[in-house]
Design a protein around this ligand. Sequence first.
Ligand SMILES: NC(=O)c1ccc[n+]([C@@H]2O[C@H](COP(=O)([O-])OP(=O)(O)OC[C@H]3O[C@@H](n4cnc5c(N)ncnc54)[C@H](OP(=O)(O)O)[C@@H]3O)[C@@H](O)[C@H]2O)c1
Length: 341
Amino acid sequence: MKILIIGGTNFIGPPVVRQLIAMGHEVSVFHRGKTTTNLPPGVHEILGDRSHLLEMKSKFKQLSPQVVVDMIAYNEQDALTLTNTFEGIAQRVVVISSMDVYRAYDVLWRKESDVVPVPLTEDSSLRQQLCPYREMPSRPINVPIDYEKILVERVVMASNLPGTIIRLPMVYGSRDFRHRLYSYLQRMDDNRPAIVLEDSTARWRGSYGYVENVAYAIALAVTNERATDRIYHVADVEALTEALRITRVGEIAGWQGKVIIVPKSQFPSEWKLPINTEQDWFVDSTRIRQELGYKEIVPLDEALQRTIDWQRTHAPQEPQQFAAPWLLDYAIEDAILSKFR
Ligand SMILES: NC(=O)c1ccc[n+]([C@@H]2O[C@H](COP(=O)([O-])OP(=O)(O)OC[C@H]3O[C@@H](n4cnc5c(N)ncnc54)[C@H](OP(=O)(O)O)[C@@H]3O)[C@@H](O)[C@H]2O)c1
């Protein structure tokens, strides 16, 4: 198959490219040329900015990809440009979306109060307020202010061009520019005796996905016509509690300390989490497993080991930016721990 990937040279894209090449497909990657990586031999690069996709329509007609994968459609305009450019050229588009489309996300961020039942399915209710990052004090790296995957999905699913939507969880692995494991690993490598968690945080469950597994799932959706007009979750099969997840990371990292769970009453009175940990945020990923035969190609412990190895040699330049909001600073943590000795 001839496949065109928009984006594809930074975090999740390269393993998608490698999967598709390994499956024997012909892959082209469209990006600006600002982010480079070692792509497998034979991958064709097309340079340009996605805001000018439509102007390059004749070039894409010549290329005639059967499936276009849009890794980086962030707002309504991105989706409209995508569908207008590839209608009449491609047979299908596969668009990467996110678990943040669900109403549960607004409950998690305290914009709504009624807790939503979990696990979330692909039919769970969506957020009612659009553009979640408009009034947030900080937004994830590489995400524009008018980011809204709900609008992206709506445009793609309403278009004449058949589409597939993949809703991703929190993705971790090599080249993770959000450094999702960093704040735990740093404490472990600093030989902290314990990581203190407030009990509701310790119980909290969210969906994560290892980048190579996520890439394999995307490759299955790209190459399987059954995925036409379907929406799929991808996530690690089991959503561990945060306490168990940190413990697992610690075991693999060789940490001698342990996770200590304490009631909120032991925390400083002014301490307030920005998120509502009563709202779990994990998904049921049965649909992609049953319909496309997806299963993890890298088991959890191996996925964590590879991520730890990468993270240890790629500390972020501004670590504070990646601090998990539920972790205390060392002095406060020491004061709490002294009461338990
Ligand atoms: N990471 C997560 O935990 C997570 C969770 C849920 C959903 N997602 C979704 O996963 C997708 C992110 O994939 P990713 O992490 O691989 O993306 P990424 O690392 O941000 O990669 C961006 C890619 O797009 C290219 N690019 C950026 N701006 C461009 C433009 N204006 N025109 C053309 N190319 C452009 C970049 O290359 P150049 O710089 O060379 O242009 C690069 O290849 C997003 O849709 C995100 O919402 C991620």
